[in-house]
Design a protein around this ligand. Structure first.
Ligand SMILES: NC(=O)C[C@H](N)C(=O)O
Length: 376
């Protein structure tokens, strides 16, 4: 909205300049209005365009780009609609920003890969380093959105906003949530207060940090939440309202793909050591335990994990519980066993951080633990 005011006040300013030029010309006896107009007009066009922030939209697929033959059945193809079509389907976007769109991938985010992460990270870093964009918006499936967001937040070196957005209903659905989510994502991306907040997720009027956010519902549009850290803010009837101060986490160098092998092992009653032994035999560089409660598991599994840690495998205790921290040395003696407690990070995010740390040569349990504490 401020852009509309700026452009109309510029028109006022321009009209005044034009009138002034005409009066001067008349007074001096020269018909100089036309040259004055010719001089001023290109300036006005350039300035109006310059007033709009430049947003680079990178499309990766997901339900937000999903298309269904039958509006009622629930079945659809993820990633069927291209970046340009997505952008042009959202009325009013052109008033918010000067947008350019690129297709990075066309997948359901269940197929997200290290290669696409690298592509995304490199493209964004280049766009910022070369001054091509003031902000980036990424359209992405919701299944692994939290992992991509967290990965990017760790490897991008910028204070410019990066916003991930998705939807729970395909673009062809009645009441599709994608267009409103894209509009709000761009609103957040161009908001002055978004600078220095790192990577964010915007969906269903809510703004969440890359570190805090997780998918909490398999089908509802109100799925993205930050159970441990709380939301960063809201988009409230067109107003972007942050409720937390800006903060950015740690930076790790972008490694080559594929990232080191780190397995997530889900804990359950009557658990033996078999899966852990398989991970060790498969040469996993790290194991993240999706433990019970505060990151617990059976005696048999614990003994196997101790063996893994003794062999130099990075062992992180997280939890299968959807809310709460995993703290050090509660029911498990992490200091004795060489384990790392995941703190606020769920297993899938603990895996991303562990992979990046190992790729950056950080494997000492104490150093890994420090990295888990950094930025939460
Ligand atoms: N709502 C979604 O976007 C789910 C979809 N499977 C995806 O992650 O691509």
């Amino acid at each position: 909205m401020s852009i509309t005011i700026q452009s109309s006040s510029f028109r006022q300013f321009f009209t005044q300049k034009l009138l002034a030029a005409a009066m001067v010309s008349l007074l001096t006896g020269f018909i100089a209005v036309a040259p004055a107009y010719a001089q001023e007009k290109p300036m006005s066009t350039t300035n109006q365009q310059a007033a709009l922030p430049r947003v680079l939209l990178l499309a990766t697929g997901g339900t937000i780009a999903g298309s269904a033959d039958n509006r009622g059945s629930g079945a659809y193809n993820s990633g069927a609609i291209g970046a340009q079509q997505l952008v042009s389907s959202v009325a009013g976007l052109g008033d918010l920003a000067s947008l350019s769109a690129e297709q990075i991938a066309s997948i359901g985010s269940q197929d997200m890969s290290d290669d696409i992460w690298r592509k995304l990270a490199s493209r964004i870093q280049k766009a910022f380093d070369q001054g091509e964009a003031d902000a980036v918006v990424i359209t992405h499936g919701t299944d692994t959105m939290e992992e991509t967001a967290f990965f990017l937040s760790l490897v991008l070196k910028t204070d410019k906003p990066v916003v991930l957005v998705g939807s729970m209903r395909p673009a062809t659905a009645l009441g599709a949530d994608g267009p409103a989510n894209i509009y709000e994502a761009v609103q957040v991306a161009v908001d002055k207060e978004s600078k220095g907040r790192g990577v964010m997720v915007v969906m269903n009027d809510q703004i969440d940090s890359a570190r805090g956010v997780t998918k909490t519902h398999s089908t509802s549009v109100q799925t993205m939440q930050s159970p441990n850290l709380g939301s960063e803010g809201y988009v409230d009837l067109g107003h972007v309202r942050f409720v937390k101060p800006a903060a950015q986490g740690q930076f790790l160098k972008l490694p080559e793909a594929p990232l080191p092998r780190v397995e997530i092992i889900y804990s359950h009653s009557n658990m033996d050591a078999l899966q852990i032994e398989h991970a060790m035999a498969d040469k996993a560089k790290g194991i993240v335990l999706a433990g019970m409660g505060d990151g617990n598991t059976s005696k048999a599994a614990l003994a196997a994990l101790e063996k893994a840690a003794a062999q130099g495998i990075v062992v992180v205790r997280s939890t299968r519980v959807s809310k709460g921290y995993v703290n050090r040395n509660v029911e498990v003696d992490d200091s004795k066993s060489g384990f790392i407690a995941s703190m606020d990070l769920n297993p899938q995010k603990a895996r991303v951080l562990t992979q990046l740390l190992i790729a950056n040569g950080v494997t000492d349990p104490q150093k890994v633990q420090e990295a888990f504490l950094n930025g939460h």
